[in-house]
Design a protein around this ligand. Sequence first.
Ligand SMILES: Nc1ncnc2c1ncn2[C@@H]1O[C@H](COP(=O)(O)OP(=O)(O)OP(=O)(O)O)[C@@H](O)[C@H]1O
Ligand SMILES: [Mg+2]
Length: 388
Amino acid sequence: MRVILFTGKGGVGKTSIAAASAHRLARSGLKTVIMSTDPAHSLGDSLDVELGPNLTQVGANLWAHEVSALHEMERHWKRLHDYAASVFATQGLDGVVAEELANPPGMDEVASLMWIKHYAERADHDVIVVDCAPTGETLQLLSFPDAAKWWLDKIYPWERKAMRMARPLLQPMLDVPLPTDDVYASLKDLLLDLEGMKKVLTDSSVTSVRIVLNLEKMVIKEAKRAFTYLSLFGYVTDAVIVNRLLPDGLQDDLFRNWHAIHRKYALEVEKAFAPLPIFNVPLFDQEVIGERMLLRMADAIYGERDPADRFYEGTTQRVEKCGQEYVLALRLPFAERGDVDLARHDGELFITVGNYRREIALPRVLASRTTLGAVIEEGELKVRFGKP
Ligand SMILES: Nc1ncnc2c1ncn2[C@@H]1O[C@H](COP(=O)(O)OP(=O)(O)OP(=O)(O)O)[C@@H](O)[C@H]1O
Ligand SMILES: [Mg+2]
């Protein structure tokens, strides 16, 4: 089974490219489900079909789903949410504010992503295509299980037992409601669900992320950040899709200018994402809606290639803690020799080794630290970071 996620900044063409890929996969005979986690729901518009909150067959081998219900997670989540809201309410917060605070940003998105786990477990389909927009925050929420696992294994059984005994004594003296047993049970279920989902998403033999972008400054900047965080949390990005390239041969001044701008940013994209493969998609002469246009788009993206392939395996960058220092390790596409030149600007690291140039959006943990130097070891460039 394969899970392919399409992510990127607003409006870059995620939904169209996810739908195009899904049509092409279905056409090649793979049972494909495409789901959108975007509450604005434009998947139905893109496929040019009516979609409800349930899985709907929209073609041969193709099913679609605009996720809205919070699925089984809602059960666990609801209890926790109610408990958090009741705690906030005892702190004198207005009911509406308490409700809002009890709903951390990104949680709805995570709840929608939980459907991936559901489909993966049911294994009724060969490919799950996900049109999503996980921002940094969502991805951070997905890394939460790592921390929670320790708590679940070590502290949870004791704390729950202690709370069961102490609650009758403590509660009358406190004005904050203590968590009841079913709050604990819900928390445990929720964490296990999240952990299961993370397992699917970080299994590189199953899941690939594809970053969609346009050749614009802000879009590229956000794409770089997303790429850094994806790598940091162990998600494998296997391709970058550059959408809305201007066709060659447009000759008036306006387009000559735009061509020059695009050339400049295309180079920047190469430097930022190498050695990932980069797929280019032209700006079409009309909106990309309905099967015919979506298949045309899929041809432009993949050509003869199979969208179900893994276009890149392994991660190109990782961060490790070594004593007091951190090391950012980058896979070098080819062994380069020469002095390593490092420069920093505005949260980004610029690396030059011979002909090789990389620009990396630093994760927060590194952005506040000084760079101490870099070495090339076993096909990797290792950049050391010191104290903040
Ligand atoms: N290569 C292209 N050529 C022409 N039109 C395109 C192209 N790619 C996307 N579009 C059109 O641009 C619009 C936005 O695309 P789409 O909805 O896929 O973006 P998105 O990234 O999913 O946006 P959002 O972040 O709002 O969900 C759509 O009307 C789509 O038909
Ligand atoms: Mg969209």
